[in-house]
Ligand binder design. Structure first.
Ligand code: ZN
Length: 226
């Protein structure tokens, strides 16, 4: 269980992005809040003295003569610091929220990094539609493939109702041969697709185990295999 949550924390960025986000958030906030303390440092020491009314004033430090707390450059610097600090704090805060949402809410599988899997599927075979439906020409038509004339009342072939392509007998036979030649390639292709799917699933499960310490329970495994 600990191993599982450590894995989640690692994947969600709890050890990497979260600390950076926190530093930005707190640092930016401190910058924002302390902006108005921006001023000439108090470097002049004033020793204690008695006022005319007899009250004693303890020694203190004050700004040197001519140092301004409210002049324009000071005001600008403070404003810039305030806005900048606020922005940095906001960015850090957003990063923290994103990481926490990832950590607590994201499904295990989505936290895992992308699988580095190179597909080696053979070239996809040609999909050939054989015009197997027969009809008789109602007018003088031309074959869609070889442009040969199809006489009125002559037999022609088409693939699907509503399709405009009309084929002569020769072209129908040629398309049927081509389709037959492609069919073993389709079988090999389907087998390759299935093999890769199984390989990918195996790698995914291994990856899951590597990060979370144990195999996912069955229902989760089913989700990923779909
Ligand atoms: Zn033809």
């Amino acid at each position: 269980m600990i191993r599982y949550w450590l894995g989640r924390a690692r994947l969600a960025g709890i050890f990497t992005i979260l600390p950076i986000g926190l530093v930005l958030q707190i640092g930016g906030c401190a910058l924002n809040v302390t902006a108005h303390y921006e001023s000439t440092p108090k470097t002049v020491s004033v020793s204690g003295y008695y006022r005319r009314d007899g009250t004693y004033v303890h020694s203190y430090y004050r700004r040197p003569p001519g140092a301004a707390q409210h002049d324009a450059p000071y005001e600008n610097a403070a404003a810039t610091k305030k806005i900048g600090g606020g922005f940095v704090s906001l960015v850090g805060g957003i990063a923290v929220i994103v990481i926490l949402v990832r950590f607590f809410c994201d499904p295990d599988w989505e936290l895992l990094p992308e699988l580095k899997y190179v597909s080696h599927l053979p070239e996809k075979p040609k999909a050939i539609e054989v015009p197997d439906k027969v009809a008789r020409a109602r007018a003088l038509w031309a074959c869609s493939r070889c442009r040969q004339i199809i006489q009125t009342h002559e037999t022609y072939f088409y693939a699907r109702a509503g399709r405009q392509e009309k084929y002569c007998v020769d072209c129908r036979n040629r398309l049927r041969d081509e389709e037959a030649a492609e069919s073993p390639k389709w079988i090999a292709y389907a087998a390759a697709v299935e093999r890769e799917r199984a390989e990918r699933l195996k790698l995914r499960l291994e990856q899951y185990k590597r990060f979370y310490g144990s195999m996912p329970d069955e229902s989760k495994a089913k989700i990923i295999s779909m």
